[in-house]
Design a protein around this ligand. Structure first.
Ligand SMILES: NC(=O)c1ccc[n+]([C@@H]2O[C@H](COP(=O)([O-])OP(=O)(O)OC[C@H]3O[C@@H](n4cnc5c(N)ncnc54)[C@H](O)[C@@H]3O)[C@@H](O)[C@H]2O)c1
Length: 252
């Protein structure tokens, strides 16, 4: 067992990477709060974790609302007595339909509210609890923090912000023995990339963006999340870790 009752919160725990991570953390001995705006799918994550004989509970959250994130942190402390691992993972992706010239300002603002503000709120609320006994905060960035695609400007902006916040928070929180790291996944086969699924040409092109020409799976990302959350990663701090089969490393 990697964990011994450590308490983990996973935002975006109703879907792809979040659900796989919540399941793996629980399977390796953590007690998990699955948090998501999608209550039905979040409850399904909990059902699957309990079916494996592990410990989890669902709590609703809208990460774009600080009060909601604070309520989640309070619930976690009330329910499990603390918070050791915060996985700020909830996020949305653009539909790829709009060039920056035509991009509605509201589209940009919504992306910032969820992908960027949501991570800031998660760091702030978690650190307030963790300052007593240390902990680990893992933020989901993306290779899109580092390489550009067309018609996804707001997504790039928010994921680059996640990388910046990770470094700044790691530095500020080090004195509380709180590590802060980020993951930068390549394209992972989850509901997030459904817009690409409809067009076979696009789908195949995106697969080829990886060195071995295949999407990653949520489970492959979860393995890295569980490692980063564990004591095996105790000297890892303030960086992003690519989980992308080299996608951000080569010229296409
Ligand atoms: N799938 C990919 O290719 C990929 C690549 C790089 C980074 N990411 C990032 O990984 C993270 C997880 O995405 P995924 O691929 O598992 O997709 P997903 O759509 O399966 O999961 C995202 C989850 O976030 C939840 N969510 C959305 N808005 C929310 C809000 N306001 N409050 C709370 N929860 C909210 C959704 O309900 C969903 O369960 C995201 O941050 C995404 O940007 C994904």
């Amino acid at each position: 067992m990697r964990f011994h009752g450590e308490v983990a919160v996973v935002t975006g725990g109703a879907g792809g990477i979040g659900r796989a991570s919540a399941k793996l953390l629980a399977n390796q001995g953590a007690r998990v709060v699955v948090a998501d705006i999608d209550e039905a799918s979040g409850q399904e994550s909990v059902r699957q974790i309990e079916q494996d004989g592990n410990d989890a509970v669902f709590h609703p959250v809208d990460v774009s609302d600080y009060h909601s994130v604070q309520t989640l942190a309070d619930f976690t402390v009330r329910t499990y007595g603390g918070l050791d691992i915060m996985f700020n993972n909830a996020g949305i992706f653009g539909d790829g339909a709009e060039n920056v010239i035509n991009m509605p300002v509201e589209t940009y603002r919504r992306m910032v509210a969820i992908n960027q503000d949501g991570v800031f709120y998660g760091i702030k609320a978690a650190a307030n609890v963790m300052k007593e006994r240390g902990g680990v905060i893992i933020n989901t960035a993306s290779i899109y923090a580092f390489i550009a695609d067309r018609n996804q400007l707001p997504y790039h902006a928010t994921k680059a912000a996640v990388v910046g916040m990770t470094k700044a928070a790691a530095l500020e929180l080090a004195k509380y023995n709180i590590r802060v790291v980020a993951i930068a996944p390549g394209m992972i086969d989850t509901a997030l990339i459904d817009p690409w699924r409809e067009d076979e040409h696009v789908w195949n092109t995106v697969q080829k963006a990886h060195m071995r020409r295949k999407f990653g799976t949520a489970e492959q990302v979860a393995n890295v999340v569980a490692f980063l959350a564990s004591d095996e990663a105790s000297f890892l701090n303030g960086h992003e870790y690519f989980v992308d089969d080299g996608a951000a490393s080569f010229k296409r």
